[in-house]
Design a protein around this ligand. Structure first.
Ligand SMILES: NC(=O)c1ccc[n+]([C@@H]2O[C@H](COP(=O)([O-])OP(=O)(O)OC[C@H]3O[C@@H](n4cnc5c(N)ncnc54)[C@H](O)[C@@H]3O)[C@@H](O)[C@H]2O)c1
Length: 284
């Protein structure tokens, strides 16, 4: 069941081929939006486009490397050509790399900052003339708990996410008078291919994940659809009046300076089983 809360709206979603972006695209399409799926992963993006179309939704995949301003500008033009308007931007694409700060090359710095932060500026820059035409428009930037706390080995990613928070406030202020609201979502440990890829680089992925979950008060991973639901809330008038701020979706992780879950509760076991099933489907 859905409420068609996004009927008549077009949403440009970066990083839409996978994880949080894909969950957001599915939910927005089910809520009646025309969704523009922007990503470098053509196979995954195309198959999501086919899936949404086959369910009666409206979707268009655009292969786009967000490191290129030209490609971003072109994706906005294609959006207008196809759907004749643009009301929602969800900047979700992201990359990370783990190593000590001094081992990063300046090219690696530029790439992470380019995809995670600069692409959010560029999508808004090129979309603004169209967003301004709408009575109401929405920008949702995906940040991270790294907007607030550092993580050893993930310095460049953390710097980029700190920037996402301030970019979101700046967009909110500059375009508030045009009816545009901009907010940032800060996910905690979320079960996506990005997380699974990172875990696979550790010696014992299951153990690494279990250790992280012990630091999370709910004891379970955030799911991509949890973030998608928050993005939906921030992309319609359910969130009227909210702009220039953030919503943390982290299972309570940032609420405690230290946390050690006591044991597996019935809640954790149930959710682990449910989510393991969902994650397998996601990774297929
Ligand atoms: N998974 C987590 O635990 C977690 C936690 C906090 C924040 N986030 C953030 O959530 C967002 C989505 O991440 P996810 O976990 O769904 O990861 P994901 O890897 O599943 O999805 C990221 C998407 O971004 C796309 N992308 C990467 N570089 C690109 C480029 N140059 N051009 C176009 N597309 C590109 C990828 O192809 C991929 O489809 C990211 O901004 C990430 O930083 C994730």
């Amino acid at each position: 069941m859905n409420n068609q809360r996004l009927a008549g709206q077009t949403a440009w979603i970066s990083g839409a081929a996978s994880g949080i972006g894909a969950a957001t695209a599915r939910l927005f399409a089910a809520e009646g939006a025309c969704v523009v799926l922007v990503d470098v992963q053509a196979d995954l993006g195309k198959s999501l486009e086919i899936e949404i179309l086959s369910e009666g939704g409206a979707a268009m995949f655009i292969e786009c490397d967000l490191a290129s301003e030209k490609a971003i500008a072109s994706s906005i033009r294609q959006t207008i050509d196809k759907f004749d308007g643009l009301q929602i931007i969800v900047n979700c694409a992201g990359v990370t790399k783990f190593k000590p700060l001094h081992e990063f090359s300046s090219e690696e710095w530029d790439h992470i900052m380019g995809v995670n932060l600069k692409s959010q500026f560029l999508s808004v820059k090129h979309a603004i003339p169209h967003l301004r035409k709408a009575q109401r428009s929405y920008v949702v930037n995906i940040g991270s708990i790294s907007c607030f706390v550092g993580d050893e080995g993930e310095s460049v990613y953390s710097v980029s996410k700190g920037g996402v928070m301030m970019l979101s406030k700046s967009i909110a202020l500059e375009y508030a008078a045009d009816g545009l609201r901009c907010n940032c979502i800060c996910p905690g440990i979320t079960d996506t291919p990005m997380l699974r890829h990172h875990l696979s680089t550790t010696t014992d992925p299951d153990r690494t994940l279990a250790e992280r979950m012990r630091r999370t008060p709910t004891g379970v991973c955030v799911q991509p659809k949890d973030i998608a639901k928050t993005a939906l809330f921030l992309s319609c008038e359910d969130s009227s009046g909210i702009t220039g701020t953030h919503i943390v979706v982290d299972g309570g992780l940032l609420a405690a300076a230290e946390w050690q879950s006591p044991a597996q509760t019935a809640f954790m076991v149930q959710n682990h089983e449910k989510h393991t099933h969902e994650t397998k489907a996601l990774l297929r």
